[in-house]
Design a protein around this ligand. Structure first.
Ligand code: G3I
Length: 396
């Protein structure tokens, strides 16, 4: 009996040194680990040499990138291919080609899929709000179009896509509602309507509200106060998505997002970080947020790391994510998913936002999709404490 116990103890020690081989394994008891995927990572062999990539050019080695995605992330989100302008380019015309490729690839790799995004003021096909004469449509017409859009897409992906960003970016940073075309024609009711249609279309899927700058107290208060009465009336909503497009040094994100998590928990919902990245570049004129239409002029001064990120900056990047993950671990009962936006630095939208053509280092994987040292440091955060009496626990 004693021999067996010693053997088990020895195995525990050995296993302790090989704690986890991936982020999803390391955090399987904490939250869902996810990443956005672009069409060139799904079908890289078809895109090699094309100029399709958002960051200008797909290199031959894209074909290996999906291995890193499948190893580290159990959940994937389409970066662009399920947006209205792509999937529903004309009234009555749906194009599921790229979405289907992404979903099939994910399912073949045993991954879960979250759909992004059903109702968004940006990248919404222009026909959505006008009639044949180009005149703005009525509330009744827009409601019908929204319902058709949501029912068709959720019907197509039923049983394959497990959750949806139902409404994206409907609030301003001051907590008021964005004056989008949806708002202009339907008022604030477009939000609960979208969730109602989604729930009717497929009562089995999870439904999320998703937004950026959700570290800003005013915005969070606006969102929480808006959803509180709706939830009390039975709104079918599963979680609030905090995009998390960050700028290093901008503010105390760890403190602010912990406050957000707790504010959202106060209306009975978990949070999920849906689009995490952190720009390591100079921040133009105090800019923050992720409003895709904002733009600033290029200058070499604003693009200082064209030949690589200095070691001290990499250290800051690593420490930030360690601190951020420690906060998330302390609040894990309120955290549903932690999802990064873009696997690697080469494909990150941050290279071109808010200034086009820069070299940013915003993701966990380098330009060849190799994990940065950050990944191993984050994996280690969940390693079991050394077994008492083992060499590691002995004080030097
Ligand atoms: O597919 C076309 C290609 O055919 C064309 O050659 C190329 C050059 O014009 O453009 C390609 O489309 C681009 C698309 O990304 C795919 O690369 C669009 O112009 C470009 O606007 C689009 O940018 C995306 C942006 O959302 C707007 O949809 C970014 O990749 C994507 O990372 C970004 O993601 C958003 C989230 O959906 C919502 N939260 C904010 C986040 C960052 O803006």
């Amino acid at each position: 009996m004693r021999m067996k116990f010693n053997l088990l103890a020895l195995m525990a020690v050995l296993v302790g040194t090989v704690h986890a081989q991936s982020l999803q394994e390391a955090y399987r008891d904490y939250w869902r680990m996810g990443v956005s995927v672009n069409q060139w990572e799904v079908k890289a062999e078809e895109a090699v040499g094309s100029n399709l990539s958002y960051s200008g050019g797909v290199s031959a080695d894209q074909t290996s990138h999906y291995q890193a995605i499948a190893q580290h992330f159990g959940w994937v989100v389409p970066e662009n291919c399920m947006k209205c302008e792509v999937i529903h380019p004309q009234e009555g015309l749906y194009d599921f080609t790229l979405g289907d490729q992404l979903v099939e690839k994910a399912l073949a790799n045993g991954q879960h899929v979250v759909g992004h995004c059903l109702i968004w003021h940006s990248q919404c096909a222009p026909w959505f709000f006008v009639d044949d004469e180009g005149k703005q449509v009525s509330a009744e017409v827009l409601k019908k179009r929204m319902k058709d859009h949501i029912f068709t897409i959720l019907g197509h992906y039923k049983g394959k896509v497990e959750g949806w960003d139902v409404v994206n970016e409907a609030f301003n940073d001051d907590g008021t509602l964005r004056r989008s075309k949806f708002y202009e024609i339907l008022g604030e009711d477009f939000i609960p309507l979208a969730f109602q249609y989604a729930h009717e279309a497929d009562p089995t899927v999870e439904l999320y509200y998703n937004d950026y700058s959700m570290n800003k107290a005013q915005k969070v208060e606006g969102v929480v106060n808006f959803f509180r009465p709706l939830i009390a009336k039975g709104l079918p909503i599963t979680a609030i998505g905090l995009q998390g497009h960050l700028i290093y040094g901008d503010t105390d994100y760890v403190k602010e997002y912990e406050q957000t998590i707790q504010a959202i928990a106060s209306i009975g919902l978990p949070s999920q970080f849906t689009e995490l990245d952190i720009s390591m570049l100079p921040n133009p004129y105090g800019f923050s947020g992720a409003n895709v239409s904002d733009r600033f002029k290029y200058s070499e001064m604003m693009d200082p790391y064209r030949n690589g990120l200095p070691a001290d900056k990499q250290e800051q990047f690593d420490q930030f994510w360690i601190d951020f993950f420690k906060m998330l671990m302390a609040n894990k009962e309120h955290v549903l998913r932690v999802n990064f936006w873009c696997l690697n630095d080469a494909n990150s939208w941050r290279n071109d936002f808010p200034i086009k053509g820069r070299s940013d280092y915003a993701t966990l994987f380098d330009r060849q999709s190799q994990p940065k040292p950050t990944v191993q440091k984050l994996i280690q955060l969940t390693a079991p404490a050394p077994v008492a009496g083992s060499k590691k626990s002995r004080k030097k």
